[in-house]
Design a binder for this molecule. Structure first.
Ligand code: NAD
Length: 358
């Protein structure tokens, strides 16, 4: 079991759920009600293990929500809040979010607002949630197609990461998680970046050591800047273009968050090379690695203005400028470069050429 004792907000434990820490945490809730939030898939693939192996959860209430990003919305939160009310849940009871990033983000949001704050734990079950969404205390839901437009900063009391849950995760979802670990590698260190470039099979993807390293990168950055005033923003590498592309495709033919981040990394690495002399060698390795693992998509040129507008709306922006996180080198992210419309178009042209090679 690996613990991250430097992280002051939640107890993070990586290892088999059955190795003691989870049971110990549950004893704090003896005599309290426990609710487990799942989506349809984690209901089918992950819930049984909790209900049958942990005495304290035998009588837990279970709330099932439909799976997928489309359901990360207020309407579903309302239904969950009503169910919590029907179960007479009070602030000292416990909500366990058992699922991917959608369940963790939305469950954290639901817990934050319910009676001004219900204690909650995350048990992330997708790779993306294990290395990223469950760590850092950001909770939220989408509003009218805009990602995470409503949200809170509020940390779960505990985060239990058990890589065994990944055995039922569809392959595509494993690669989605890889996009966020690659981001962690690119903003943190050459050695971790090089390790991640070696990953080309799903077996290699779920190596516990890489999961631990990714959690370490994220939790160290969050510890340094919990409310995203400064350094934490570097975790948005790949996300300025990534979120705008995800939003664009959401109303057409939706793409996964991890896929969108991978596309965002392509463009933002290109802009890093153009504007900050990011090294050619690392640029080529990044482009080859992502192009091999993800389908490169680019909206038609006549719709690029919609992407630009969406980036101007991004809540990460300051004073109407678009400021993607760019890299001077692997491990050297900078927040100080804003891009103009022409630079945006050159980034999109690069993506277009990759998506439609002659
Ligand atoms: N809060 C943050 O800091 C943060 C960071 C990154 C991403 N996110 C959010 O995370 C979300 C994406 O997370 P995601 O990729 O996990 O999406 P997801 O929660 O939709 O999970 C992906 C799919 O895998 C299924 N699934 C999850 N675990 C499973 C398992 N063990 N076995 C079988 N099926 C399983 C889910 O039901 C879903 O169909 C986005 O909403 C994104 O905005 C949040």
């Amino acid at each position: 079991m690996t613990n991250f004792d430097f992280y002051p907000y939640s107890q993070i434990s990586v290892g088999p759920l059955h190795s003691g820490a989870f049971e110990a945490a549950l004893t704090e809730f003896q005599g309290r009600k426990i609710v487990i939030l799942v989506d349809e898939n984690t209901h089918d693939c992950c819930l049984d293990y909790l209900l049958t192996q942990f005495e304290a959860l035998k009588n837990a209430e279970v709330i099932v929500i439909p799976a997928g990003e489309d359901n990360k919305v207020m309407e579903i939160c309302m239904q969950v809040w009503k169910a919590l009310t029907d179960y007479h849940i009070s602030r000292t009871d416990l909500l366990i979010n058992l699922g991917g990033g959608v369940v963790c983000d939305m469950g954290g949001f639901i817990a934050s607002l319910f009676k001004r704050g219900l204690t909650f734990m995350h048990i992330p079950t997708s790779l993306l949630a294990m290395v990223d969404a469950a760590i850092g205390g950001k909770n939220g839901v989408d509003l009218e197609g805009l990602k995470n437009q409503l949200g809170t900063f509020n940390h779960p009391s505990h985060i239990f990461v058990d890589p065994a849950f990944l055995s039922s995760l569809p392959e595509k979802e494993l690669w989605n998680g890889h996009a966020e670990t690659l981001k962690h590698g690119m903003i943190s260190s050459i050695s971790y970046f090089e390790t991640l470039l070696q990953i080309d099979t799903t077996d290699k993807l779920i190596e516990a050591s890489d999961i631990v390293e990714s959690i370490r990168v994220k939790s160290q950055i969050v510890t340094e800047d919990p409310s995203e005033k400064n350094i934490r923003k570097i975790l948005n590498f790949g996300h300025t273009f990534g979120h705008a592309l995800e939003t664009y495709f959401l109303t057409r033919s939706p793409i996964d968050h991890g896929h969108a981040v991978a596309l965002g990394i392509l463009v933002e690495t290109f802009l890093s090379k153009q504007l900050l002399s990011f090294p050619e060698n690392a640029f080529l390795k990044t482009i080859q690695h992502i192009s091999k693992l993800f389908e490169v998509l680019c909206p038609p040129r006549e719709e690029w203005d919609e992407i630009w507008e969406s980036m101007l709306q991004d809540k990460k922006n300051d004073r109407g400028t678009v400021r993607p996180v760019l890299l001077k080198n692997i491990g050297e992210a900078t927040l100080n470069t804003s891009i103009d419309y022409e630079q945006f178009k050159s980034g999109m042209t690069f993506l277009d050429v990759l998506a439609h090679p002659k």
